[in-house]
Design a protein around this ligand. Structure first.
Ligand code: SF4
Length: 362
């Protein structure tokens, strides 16, 4: 009955319940969890301290699967991108960005996206479906396999960001289940500070998130007036800037050392004036905020241009030096493999089209 379920779809509590129902000792669940998330084994049969009877039962009840890698690309700057194929042949992308002092894995939460942010290529795709818990966890496990990242004292993936394809708060149940698995301190053991959920501003779900999980938060702000944000991030028509910021004022655990990140894509002549920078400071002043300025990554058919380097620098200086809010410029990584912000999935769509053309031509 359960055979269609991957073992990675279970939370720790569900796994313990399953083991209890089998009449097994409680510590078996702990052993199993460790094999799955500390040792990173790839089959039940590798779990040497679990008896054959229980391993057989596990084999008959659950799938033990990794996501299959359709394509793996490595950029000349070290960024890596995987195109994973899911059970129903849908595809998602996951990106690893290595830096001097950390390595960040950017995870997808949906296939496609409903939100149609006008600067984002992913937003030109319709939503196909939400990812399940095991498909979210599967991205991390498969990336760890691929990077040979199972030495927990020397991790390559130190940070996780839900910034890939999709709006994570529109897939709240599966995303929060996955986060609970990631946080478990006897398993993958990521701290709340090292997991960042990025949202375009689904206000009621931010309220819910704040009571249930206390992970770091990033907001795709991108504009300082409702008029411009309605264009760039259409969800703003439902939850305008004022409403969004007021819920953030009471987000728990936020302080000077743990601030909310505001993402701001730099679009020439749209949102990049000094007056915009001043308004941004005024809006964010009451919050513990930092700003991530993202030079726009153009894509075929996009109507925007990236602001000039000087404009971006002047904007950052205004926010940072005059406004007193930390502002960093996030330079694009992995552009040669289309792994930069807002470019995800577009390449796989193009590849699919190429495949279709090849099939038709054959
Ligand atoms: S920016 Fe995020 S929420 Fe907006 S369309 Fe792109 S993937 Fe969706």
């Amino acid at each position: 009955m359960k055979k269609n379920l991957s073992i990675n779809s279970l939370t720790r509590e569900e796994l313990s319940e399953y083991i209890f129902d089998l009449g097994e000792k409680k510590y078996r669940a702990k052993q199993l969890w460790k094999w799955l998330y500390v040792n990173g084994v790839k089959s039940f049969d590798e779990m040497s301290d679990i008896g054959v009877k229980l391993r057989n039962k596990l084999n008959s009840d659950y799938l033990f699967n990794r996501l299959s890698i359709d394509k793996h690309q490595v950029s000349k700057d070290g960024t890596q991108k995987w195109l994973f194929e899911l059970k129903d042949k849908r595809k998602v992308e996951t990106v690893f960005i290595p830096e001097k002092d950390r390595g960040t894995l950017c995870i997808s939460s949906q296939v496609g996206c409903t939100l149609s942010c006008s600067f984002c290529h992913t937003g030109t795709m319709p939503l196909v479906r939400n990812l399940s818990t095991d498909e979210i966890i599967g991205q991390i496990l498969s990336a760890k396999d691929s990077l040979l990242d199972w030495d927990n004292k020397n991790r390559k993936i130190t940070n996780l960001v839900f910034m890939g394809m999709g709006e994570p708060l529109y897939n709240y149940t599966e995303v929060t289940r996955a986060i609970k698995i990631l946080l478990d301190n006897e398993g993958l053991c990521y701290s709340r500070r090292k997991i960042t959920l990025s949202t375009s501003g689904v206000v009621p779900m931010i309220q819910k998130l704040k009571y249930e999980l206390d992970v770091s938060l990033a907001i795709s702000l991108h504009a300082v007036t409702d008029k411009v944000r309605n264009e760039l991030v259409p969800i703003n028509k439902k939850w305008p800037i004022k409403e969004l910021l007021s819920v953030l004022e009471v987000y728990p655990g936020v302080n000077n050392s743990r601030r909310i990140t505001f993402e701001y894509v730099m679009l020439e002549g749209v949102n990049d004036s000094i007056s915009d920078a001043k308004k941004l400071v005024k809006l964010l002043k009451p919050l513990h905020a930092k700003v991530n300025l993202i030079p726009f990554n153009p894509w075929p058919g996009s109507i925007y241009k990236c602001s000039s380097d000087k404009t971006i620098k002047d904007f950052a200086d205004e926010v940072c030096y005059n406004g007193g809010i930390t502002a960093t410029v996030r330079y694009a990584r992995g552009q040669d493999i289309l792994a930069a912000c807002g470019q995800l999935k577009s390449n796989s769509v193009r590849l699919n089209k190429e495949k279709v053309l090849n099939i038709n031509a054959a």
